[in-house]
Design a protein around this ligand. Structure first.
Ligand code: UD1
Length: 420
């Protein structure tokens, strides 16, 4: 078991480089299954979730090499179309191999992804879309068995009930090798979807419209080898901007696509913070007396649910009352009780949390329940007086590359300790 011990109350300074995006690289790695060629992927972050996706690809028969930030996937020898329960339970995003395997081999079998700490996270939208493309789906004994009638999926006109990121990605990948044209309307518009389109097109796919709510995929017969660089992680960038704000520090966050951070930067400016856009990055200038703001999480370009806990941590120190409304996941206020232990004044009910700003926070022993909640607790620890112990940090290792090293380089007092 590993924990972080943080001594709070120290300002940060200097610059931090943002790693490749977790939520872009996971579907891109899954998409490499669509080709019997070799995919060379750059700026792959060293994360637990990426390690699990590597294990999934190897389990299926891919040859995978991971050296530094470059991962090479050779999909020539794929000899399985089944993901076992253990790998599905390690990471929900393993379900992203469903579309590629069904598209390339006409069949796939995955264990049903369970619920997770932040909500139930069903797969109905993924399955409905695949059925429209001619898949026959059987769900029994906790497994989903899907087969394409006549061995190949057909193009279809799909309209998603909700712009699910995972469903949009799975269906885009499924449609890539399907016969004919597929359209996905009310598709998710996240930058990671556009990145997936660019990756697939670099392999020879014919996809347009990603980044809007209508994606068109003209099915092709096969895909070739490619070399591709993943976009920077906008959630990691946002987390570091909030780290600057909560410690009232000036820091530079580098390797950022500023456009991807519009909704966060808008809110930080509304709180009175100054953000300067510089080449390839943003400088945040922390200050006292931040104004309270209301946040509503929404699909992109709205405020990201993946930054809600970190933003709530910042609002605990604002000068007044803020309201946070969580509209994507039904169970994403697990950090509230832990923030309260540190002196925050928060009331949460249903999808709403009311945060009354306090003058200061104090260190405490807190538990990480999920990835972004963990990041929020670390940020709070940096701002609190005294020592904070953040436990169960494997959640944080799922999605932040070298988190404590990056914070240390900025001057934070944080150490990782291992206990039995
Ligand atoms: C992705 C991100 C995750 C982020 C989330 C929302 C990855 C690997 N993960 O997760 O970090 O928090 O987008 O931005 O990219 N839903 C259904 N039926 C479905 C699919 C989804 O009802 O078939 C619901 C979910 O329960 C949830 C909402 O849609 O309430 C959003 O989920 P979705 O966009 O699919 O999130 P993920 O792709 O799982």
């Amino acid at each position: 078991m590993e924990k972080f011990i943080i001594t709070g109350g120290n300002p940060l300074s200097g610059s931090v480089r943002i790693s490749g995006s977790k939520n872009a690289v996971l579907p891109i790695l899954a998409a490499s299954l669509l080709s019997s060629g070799v995919s060379i992927i750059h700026d792959v972050p060293k994360l637990l979730d990426v390690q699990v996706m590597k294990e999934v690809l190897e389990f299926l028969g891919c040859q995978v090499q991971w050296s530094g930030s470059v991962m090479t996937v050779d999909g020539a020898q794929v000899d399985s179309i089944e993901i076992n329960d253990m790998l599905m339970r390690k990471m929900r995003a393993s379900n992203l191999v469903m579309g590629p395997l069904l598209s390339r081999f006409g069949k796939v079998r995955i264990s049903y992804p369970g619920g997770c700490a932040i909500g139930s996270r069903p797969m109905d939208l993924h399955l409905k879309g695949l059925i429209q493309m001619g898949a026959v789906i059987e769900e029994k004994f906790g497994f989903i068995d899907a087969r394409a009638k006549n061995g190949r999926l057909n193009g279809a006109e799909i309209c998603l009930d909700f712009p699910s990121v995972g469903a949009t990605e799975n269906l885009m990948m499924a449609a890539t090798l399907a016969k004919g044209r597929t359209t996905i309307s009310n598709s998710a518009k996240e930058p990671e979807i556009y990145d997936l389109q660019c990756f697939l097109n670099s392999m020879g796919a014919k996809i347009s419209g990603a980044g809007t709510d209508l994606i068109t995929i003209e099915g092709v017969d096969d895909l070739a080898s490619t070399e591709y660089t993943v976009i920077p992680d906008r959630i990691e960038a946002g987390t570091f901007l909030i780290a600057g704000a909560i410690t009232k520090s000036e820091i530079k966050v580098e390797n950022v696509r500023v456009k991807h951070l519009d909704s966060l930067m808008f809110k930080l400016r509304e709180m009175g913070l100054s953000l300067e856009e510089v080449e390839n990055g943003v400088i945040i200038n922390g200050k006292e007396n931040l104004k309270p703001v209301d946040i509503k999480t929404m699909p992109y370009p709205g405020f990201p649910t993946d930054l809600q806990p970190q933003m709530m941590a910042l609002l605990t120190l604002a000068n007044g009352t803020s309201i946070v409304s969580e509209n994507i996941f039904e169970n994403r206020f697990k950090h509230v009780d832990e923030l309260r232990r540190m002196g925050a004044n928060i009331k949460a009910e249903g999808k709403l949390a009311i945060i009354k700003g306090v003058k200061g926070l104090s260190g405490a022993y807190v538990n990480t329940t999920d990835l972004r909640a963990g990041a929020a607790l670390v940020l709070t620890g940096l701002a609190a007086q005294g020592a904070t112990v953040v436990d169960e940090i494997y959640h944080i290792d799922r999605g932040y590359e070298n988190f404590e090293q990056k914070l240390k380089k900025l001057g934070a007092k944080i150490i990782r300790v291992t206990t039995s």
